[in-house]
Ligand binder design. Sequence first.
Ligand SMILES: [Zn+2]
Length: 63
Amino acid sequence: MSHFLTAQDRCDRCGGQAYIRARFSQDLELLFCAHHARRYQAALQRQISELHDETHRLTTTPY
Ligand SMILES: [Zn+2]
């Protein structure tokens, strides 16, 4: 594992705190908050080569 997500890591869509790091290729990596990770989950699962999920750190769900 290269690094863990921190409070400084931000969602690429909304700027919220990132809990998911999705690697698409060697030089393309996107961060998502729990909300956007859920929204893009189906598409992500087909495209990513590595998914780093820290949503278990959430104590409450956004829904
Ligand atoms: Zn977001």
